[in-house]
Design a binder for this molecule. Structure first.
Ligand code: C5P
Length: 259
């Protein structure tokens, strides 16, 4: 196993999703944004933040284009003294993270897990997460207060027709809710423990895992919250792509640059 300076941070970028909701017909990491693939933006964002001794990218199996892209990114990372590794992702996001955790270099003590689907995440967010880890947090996530009122729902049928709908089962207090983003930062050992525990879950429970912090919460570790950024939004729908393009290339670009 390759070695880096003791006490360093690695960033895992998960890019093995299919990205079907974008409707491009190619894995989301390959979707172009302002002339570069989404994955290229995500990797450049990590390098610009200057917090990583290693970047490990999880990509779909047998994707020759993404493999070639990673080779170029690896060469670029090497010029900055950053170790670059690539792993084959799994069927679920958590499986992709699990594969990447096996490739973390000796000397790494903290790790951030980042979505390739958040290509415009500013350096400031990486720095805030890194600072909380340095200050002793074992787990830290960036988040934003929510602007919409959020309801929980359950399946229901209309009384007269029996037509299937949903009905409200509760309204959590909005001031206690946060919309959670990536990069999520962890003490490496803690995250490995959390993922080892996740391996014991059945398929149904595993399918409900939507972020890494959930796994750490499940083993009783406190997860701290730092300020996220509106720029870190996840590119999921064609509308998000439009916004990301406008931020990168539109006439308003100078207003959108956040450090
Ligand atoms: O599907 P979702 O939008 O939650 O995906 C978030 C991130 O996780 C994306 O960057 C996607 O590429 C990644 N992912 C993965 N392996 C999977 C599913 C998603 O690396 N099996």
């Amino acid at each position: 196993m390759t070695e880096v300076k003791a006490g360093s941070c690695a960033v895992v970028i998960v890019a093995a999703g299919s990205g079907q909701r974008l409707g491009h017909g190619v894995p989301k990491a390959r979707v172009p944004l302002g002339g570069d693939a989404m994955l290229v933006h995500a990797v450049h964002g990590v390098m610009k933040a200057g917090i990583a001794a290693q970047i490990c990218v999880a990509i779909p199996a047998d994707d020759a284009e993404l493999s070639a892209m990673c080779q170029r990114l690896g060469a670029e990372a090497a010029t900055q003294g950053v170790l670059f590794s690539v792993v084959e992702g799994g069927a679920q996001r958590s499986a992709s993270v699990f594969s990447a955790l096996a490739q973390i270099a000796q000397g790494i003590t903290t790790v951030m897990i980042h979505d390739a689907a958040r290509p415009l995440t500013p350096s400031g967010v990486f720095n805030r997460v890194a600072a909380a880890l340095r200050d002793g947090a074992k787990a830290v996530i960036p988040a934003l207060a929510v602007v919409d009122t959020i309801k929980t729902v359950v399946p229901a049928t209309l009384p007269a027709t029996g037509a299937g709908l949903e009905k409200v089962s509760g309204t959590p207090a909005r001031n206690q809710l946060r919309a959670v983003q990536t990069p999520q930062g962890f003490d490496l050992q803690t995250l490995r423990q959390a993922h080892a525990h996740a391996q014991t879950l059945d398929d149904e429970a595993a399918s409900l895992i939507t972020d890494d912090a959930m796994l750490v919460e499940a083993i009783g570790v406190e997860v701290y919250v730092v300020q996220g950024s509106t720029h870190s939004f996840k590119v999921t729908s064609p509308m998000d792509l439009l916004l990301a393009e406008a931020m990168l290339e539109g006439p308003l670009r100078p207003r959108w640059i956040e450090g």
